[in-house]
Each structure stands twice: as C-alpha cells, then as structure tokens.
Design a protein around this ligand. Structure first.
Ligand SMILES: [Zn+2]
Length: 208
C-alpha cells in the first residue's frame, strides 16, 4: 500500500511538477477546495470578501515563472504570453476576482472558452479580466450577470493541447474594442496589464 502511494505521488509530481517555489509550504495547504466557502465558514453576505484569488486552491506550478508567466514566448517567439496561467484541474471553480458584470463569452483556444468581466476592484478602479480556457459558466451565470468577488461563475476547461489551467488576462479597461489584436508584442489591446502584482497579492491573502 505504501509503495502504491509513493508510485501515485511520483507520477503526480512528474505530471504536475512538485510546486517549485511553493514547496516550503505545509503539505496540507495544497488540498483542493471544491467550493470557495468551506463548511466551517458558512457564507453570509457580510462575511464576503471583496476580492478573491481566481482559483480555489494553490496553482500546481508557479504562475510567475516558466512558460506560465506573463511575457513568456509564444508562437515560436513571434509573440508574448498575454496572461498568467494558473494550473488547475478540469471542473475546478473559477472565481471572480472582484465585483463586476460578465460582458462577453466565446470560443477561445483548443476546445475551451473565455469569459470577459468588467470589474470594479476594492479600491474603486475599473479593470477588465478575460478568464480563458474555461469549460463554460457555472449554474446561474451568463453574459449580463452581475458577480461579486469570490463568486464561482465558471469551471476550468479541458484543453486538447495541454494541462488544464486558468489563463488570466488583465486589462486596464480604459479602451474599448477586441482584446485580441494584431498589434504589439502581445497581440493584445494596448491597455493590457501585467497581472502578477494583483495575483500575488490575492494569492497571499488567500493563504494557501
Ligand atoms: Zn495562457
């Protein structure tokens, strides 16, 4: 039995990696929470956080390094990665980082979809997030729905090409028009932002 457990762990590590710089965290913090509000902290509107990390567990690998990071090479070096990739599992919760309105939803990449939310952050600033590589909406959500920070509005999708992840694209929201363009190194609308500062803060606050 012990040998079997070791084998499963080894295979998991080969497939997902073993946490890179997160490996100093206690093992139990890597458990995956199926829902954002576990039973020991029942949800009430007053206890709701204004902002939340967009997946309900520690990403399986660092989102600030390797091919997952914002600015990593894509398309054989012809463009740069416009998002941070949060490695997860198919069907896991995708959560709104703050309050807002779902404004768009469409086919995105390799068998998955994307939803766009116009957010109002806790400090009052407007931001736009494209949540890419999702399977679809969670029950009760559609284009036009209002979300609160932490709402599970979608699920991680199954990519035909690669490991499942949330592809998190962050825009200042000062421009209008398509988020994907032919311009600039990222091939994105020019109000694209590096999401690392936001994501690292929300990750710290989540305490995974
Ligand atoms: Zn990505």
């Amino acid at each position: 039995m012990k040998r079997l457990t070791l084998l499963v762990l080894t295979i998991s590590c080969l497939y997902f990696g073993c946490g890179e710089e997160y490996s100093d965290k206690p093992q139990e913090s890597s458990r995956i929470l199926a829902e954002p509000y576990p039973n020991d902290s029942p949800y009430t509107p007053d206890s709701r956080k204004l902002e939340e990390f967009p997946i309900a567990h520690r990403p399986y690998q660092s989102f600030t390094s390797g091919i997952r990071r914002f600015g990593a090479a894509r398309g054989g070096g012809s463009r740069l990665h416009a998002a941070a990739d949060l490695y997860s599992s198919v069907g896991n919760a995708v959560r709104a980082v703050s309050s807002g309105i779902i404004t768009d939803y469409y086919y995105f990449y390799s068998g998955t979809y994307a939803a766009v939310i116009e957010h109002t952050m806790a400090n009052g600033s407007k931001r736009v997030v494209r949540y890419g590589e999702i399977s679809g909406f969670a029950n009760g959500f559609a284009v036009g729905s209002r979300v609160h920070g932490g709402d599970t509005f979608a699920r991680i999708g199954k990519l035909n090409c690669c490991s499942p992840m949330l592809h998190f694209e962050y825009f200042e929201g000062t421009l209008s028009g398509p988020l994907t363009t032919n311009a600039g190194p990222f091939r994105r609308r020019s109000d694209l932002l590096n999401p690392n500062q936001l994501l690292l803060r929300l990750y710290d606050e989540a305490g995974y």
